[in-house]
Design a protein around this ligand. Structure first.
Ligand SMILES: Nc1ncnc2c1ncn2[C@@H]1O[C@H](COP(=O)(O)OP(=O)(O)O)[C@@H](O)[C@H]1O
Ligand SMILES: [Mg+2]
Length: 264
């Protein structure tokens, strides 16, 4: 990995509860993690809400073989500078990340920046970017192949670097729901067909080497984010539950008649 910023760089102020600079209240009822306040959060607390950040963008995958050395190829990565505005109020919290809402000061577009709750280095951020790139690639293949299904898409993800604070950056979804997790558990079933067909498709397309799950986002428009990949390869971060996870996701699917109609 070769970015020019430091791997262990998030330079926080101490753990939640250890000073008057506590973490955002949305975290306090959750299981305690070693939450370290970031430079952006420290500035938000003192009233600053605009940040001149570096935005790192990633070229889409052209094939799945690129996953093994994607970040070693500098031409896959581009950087720009931009000013973003962030609200400290009402962040959202998932299992791993905290998300702040805001806007792009140049375009006015609504954005979300998200960080891992635990202090995390660039490798963890890259694993999540790779997960999105693979999900996007397979989503495009699925859209081209499965004409009976709805079109799906995964949000473009960028990394924000602000004095070695790392955040993901993506555009904001108006609605956000979760369909399934990375261990085969489903949370609703009325729109399962397209999403389960997609998961089966990823399994087949990759010759059973991986499965994309943890599908969430706007389930009416099928605009998705924060997917997870279970894989036989040691990539895709901590949510990769390996072969056992692949089997759990595939075996627990229930839309088999639709999937078999599509030969999935
Ligand atoms: N693009 C987005 N638009 C709107 N809300 C979002 C977006 N991405 C994340 N969120 C909100 O932030 C929460 C945490 O983000 P998520 O990426 O799901 O992290 P986690 O890994 O913790 O599940 C989500 O449950 C959702 O409420
Ligand atoms: Mg999530």
């Amino acid at each position: 990995m070769s970015y020019g910023y430091h791997k262990t760089a998030i330079n926080g102020l101490g753990l939640v509860g250890s000073s008057q600079l506590r973490g955002p209240s949305v975290l306090r009822s959750k299981k305690q993690v070693n939450y370290t306040i970031s430079n952006i959060e420290k500035s938000l607390l003192s009233g600053q809400n605009e940040f001149d950040v570096e935005i790192i963008s990633f070229r889409p995958l052209m094939n799945l073989n690129e996953i093994f050395n994607y970040f070693e190829n500098e031409s896959n990565i581009s950087r720009t500078n931009n000013i973003i505005k962030i609200n400290y109020e009402a962040p959202s919290c998932g299992r791993e990340k905290i998300a702040y809402y805001g806007s792009n000061c140049f375009t006015g577009a609504d954005i979300v920046i998200k960080r891992f709750k635990e202090e995390s280095g660039i490798d963890r951020y890259e694993s999540a970017v790779l997960t999105t790139l693979v999900s996007q690639f397979l989503g495009n293949q699925f859209n081209n192949t499965e004409t009976t299904s709805r079109k799906i898409s995964f949000k473009n993800v960028h990394i924000v670097n602000y004095y070695d604070d790392l955040y993901f950056l993506e555009s904001k979804l108006d609605y956000f729901e979760k369909f399934n997790d990375n261990n085969g558990v489903r949370f609703s079933d009325d729109r399962c067909k397209t999403l389960e067909a997609f998961t089966h498709f990823t399994y087949n397309y990759s010759s059973q080497q991986l499965v994309v799950s943890d599908l969430q986002g706007d389930l009416d428009t099928y605009e998705l984010t924060d997917s997870a990949i279970n894989s036989v390869y040691n990539l895709f971060g901590r949510t990769n539950l390996g072969t056992q996870g692949i089997n759990n996701v595939i075996n627990r699917h229930q839309c088999n008649s639709f999937c078999s109609k599509l030969n999935l």
